[in-house]
Write a protein that binds this ligand. Structure first.
Ligand SMILES: *[C@@H]1O[C@H](CO)[C@@H](O)[C@H](O)[C@H]1NC(C)=O
Ligand SMILES: *[C@@H]1O[C@H](CO)[C@@H](O)[C@H](O)[C@H]1NC(C)=O
Ligand SMILES: *[C@@H]1O[C@H](CO)[C@@H](O)[C@H](O)[C@H]1NC(C)=O
Ligand SMILES: *[C@@H]1O[C@H](CO)[C@@H](O)[C@H](O)[C@H]1NC(C)=O
Ligand SMILES: *[C@@H]1O[C@H](CO)[C@@H](O)[C@H](O)[C@H]1NC(C)=O
Ligand SMILES: *[C@@H]1O[C@H](CO)[C@@H](O)[C@H](O)[C@H]1NC(C)=O
Ligand SMILES: *[C@@H]1O[C@H](CO)[C@@H](O)[C@H](O)[C@H]1NC(C)=O
Ligand SMILES: *[C@@H]1O[C@H](CO)[C@@H](O)[C@H](O)[C@H]1NC(C)=O
Length: 288
C-alpha cells in the first residue's frame, strides 16, 4: 500500500508537531548553553577569550578631537571684541592599542590590577585634515602665568618675558603641537627651572595614568571590567560629589547581558571624571 495524499499530510503534521515540541525544548536549552558559555568566556582570567582581548584590545579604539579655532584674534586682543570661534574636526587617533602591563590577579577578591600604557596614532582616513593643520587658540602658558602670579612686580617681569619671546594671548599651532606638546618660547625664557613643554595631553606616548583594579566577574558576571579602584582609591579626591566617584568600566568593554534600559557608566582619566551612556537607538556598524 503506497502512501496516499492524506497519509502524507498526516505524517507531515506529526513530524512538524514533534519538531515544534523539540524546538520548544531545545530553544531554552540552547539559550542556557550559550549563556553558560558567555558567562565562562567573559570572565577576566587566564585562558578565557575575553581575557586575551582585554590584555591587548582586540578591536580598534579611536579618539576624536574637535578644536575651536579663533577667527578674530587681533580684534579680541586690540579691541576686546567678542570672540569668533569655528569648530573644526574630527581629527582621529587610534588609541588603546598597547597591551596592558603589570597584570596581577587577586583570586580572593576576584579582581585584577594593571596599568594601561598610552599611545596614539593619527588616522588620516577618519580625519578632516592632517596633523599639520594649524589652529589659533588661547596661549595656555601666557594665560596661566598671569593668573598664577598676581604680584604686580612679577607681572611686569612676566610681561617683558612675554614680549621678548614674541608671545601673546593667542597663538597659532599645529594640531600635533596642541595635543602632544610643544616647546613654549615664553616659558623657555623664565629664569627658573619650570617645565617648558606645553600640550593638552603632554606627555602621552608610553606613559601610564595609574594602576586600575577591576572585577574579573568570576563571582558576579555583572561586574566584569567594572573598576573597583583607580590609583588605589574609589574616589578621585578632585571634585566634590558625584563627579568624584570612579564608577563603571574604562569604556573599552562592558559586562554582558546589558538591557537597553541600563545606564552604562565609564571613567576616563583623560578628562578626570566619570560619565555615562544612555541607550537612544540601534545602528548597524558595517566595516568592509
Ligand atoms: C579696532 O577698532 C577700531 C575702531 O573701531 C578699528 O579702526 C580697528 O581696525 C580695530 N582693530 C582691529 C585689530 O580690529
Ligand atoms: C610594573 O612592575 C615593575 C616590576 O614590578 C615595576 O618596576 C614598574 O614600576 C611597574 N610599572 C608601573 C607603571 O607601575
Ligand atoms: C581583599 O579585599 C579585602 C577587603 O577590601 C582586603 O582586606 C584584602 O586585603 C583583599 N585581599 C587581597 C589578597 O588583596
Ligand atoms: C606616539 O607613538 C605613535 C606610535 O609609535 C606615533 O605614531 C606617534 O607619532 C607618537 N606621538 C608622538 C607625539 O610622539
Ligand atoms: C607635517 O610637517 C612635517 C614637518 O614639517 C613634515 O615632515 C610632514 O611630512 C608633514 N605631514 C603632512 C601630512 O603634511
Ligand atoms: C552583581 O553585581 C551587580 C552590579 O554591581 C549587582 O547589582 C548585583 O546585586 C550583584 N549580584 C549578586 C548576586 O551579588
Ligand atoms: C560609584 O562609586 C562610589 C564610590 O565607590 C560608590 O559609593 C557608589 O555606590 C557608586 N555608584 C554607582 C551607581 O555604582
Ligand atoms: C566618594 O564620594 C562620594 C560622593 O561625594 C561619597 O558619597 C563617598 O562616600 C566617597 N567615597 C569614599 C570612599 O571616599
Amino acid at each position: 500500500m503506497g502512501c496516499d495524499r492524506n497519509c502524507g499530510l498526516i505524517a507531515g503534521a506529526v513530524i512538524g508537531a514533534v519538531l515544534a515540541v523539540l524546538g520548544g525544548i531545545l530553544m531554552p536549552v540552547g539559550d542556557m548553553i550559550i549563556q553558560k558559555t558567555i558567562k565562562k568566556e567573559v570572565v577576566l582570567e587566564e585562558g578565557t577569550i575575553a581575557f586575551k582581548n582585554w590584555v591587548k584590545t582586540g578591536t580598534e579604539v579611536y579618539r576624536q578631537f574637535w578644536i575651536f579655532d579663533v577667527q578674530n584674534p587681533q580684534e579680541v586682543a586690540v579691541n576686546s571684541s567678542k570672540i569668533k570661534l569655528m569648530q573644526r574636526g574630527p581629527y582621529t587617533y587610534r588609541v588603546r592599542y598597547l597591551a596592558k602591563e603589570n597584570i596581577t590577579h587577586d583570586s580572593e577578591n576576584h579582581t585584577v590590577s594593571f596599568v594601561q600604557p598610552h599611545g596614539a596614532i593619527f588616522e588620516p582616513s577618519l580625519s578632516v585634515g592632517t596633523e599639520n593643520d594649524t589652529f589659533t587658540v588661547l596661549n595656555l602658558a601666557v594665560a596661566a602665568a598671569a593668573h598664577l602670579y598676581e604680584n604686580p612686580f612679577v607681572q611686569v617681569v612676566l610681561n617683558s618675558l612675554i614680549k621678548k619671546s614674541k608671545s601673546s594671548m593667542f597663538q597659532t599651532r599645529t594640531l600635533k603641537e596642541l595635543l602632544w606638546g610643544y616647546k613654549d618660547p615664553f616659558l623657555s625664557l623664565v629664569p627658573y627651572p619650570v617645565p617648558t613643554t606645553v600640550g593638552v595631553f603632554y606627555p602621552y606616548n608610553n606613559t601610564v595614568d595609574g594602576v586600575y583594579q577591576v572585577f574579573t566577574g568570576k563571582d558576579n558576571i555583572s561586574k566584569v571590567a567594572i573598576i573597583n579602584t583607580y590609583k588605589g582609591k574609589k574616589n578621585l579626591s578632585y571634585w566634590s560629589g558625584y563627579c568624584d566617584m570612579v564608577n563603571g568600566t574604562d569604556a573599552a568593554s562592558f559586562p554582558p547581558f546589558v538591557e537597553k534600559t541600563r545606564v552604562l557608566q565609564f571613567f576616563s582619566s583623560d578628562i578626570c571624571r566619570k560619565t555615562r551612556l544612555h541607550f537612544t537607538s540601534s545602528f548597524s556598524a558595517c566595516k568592509s
